[in-house]
Design a protein around this ligand. Sequence first.
Ligand code: FES
Ligand code: FES
Length: 166
Amino acid sequence: MAREISLTVNGTEHELSVEPRTLLINVLRDELDYTGPNVGCESSMCGACTVHLDGEAVKSCTLLAVQADGAEVTTVEGLADDGEFHPIQQGFQEEHGLQCGYCTPGMMMTATELLERNPDPSEEEIREALEGNLCRCTGYQNIVRAVENAAEKMQERPAVADGGGD
Ligand code: FES
Ligand code: FES
């Protein structure tokens, strides 16, 4: 029996009716047309389907859509800000962090979560964070460089004023 759920994806709220067995990745791709997250292994191994769920990187092929009811979801389409690439997207571009690109959306979502909680990760920390994301093409070196590049860019960003002082 279908369940009513609400999902906010990249800032847009969606009300949906889903079967309890429906996976989050299928709702995102097939019903809402967010085709950035990819389907690879469908068994939590490859990370191609990674999105953020309330700020946490999750593999959307192993999460039921009903488990995401009421949550904020961010897909790779939500990274750019007003047409300007997110630093992680710039990093992948500048460091040639992709070849076929199939793993890239998931890599970016895992990497941005890492940079949110650890703005200056070591190479080892980056490799550890990306352990659950597989790439068949690049050999990973340029992906690690892309994340380092993004970390530098994010640290150089001017601090956002908190609006408190007169
Ligand atoms: S498709 Fe989800 S982890 Fe591979
Ligand atoms: S760029 Fe092809 S799988 Fe990673």
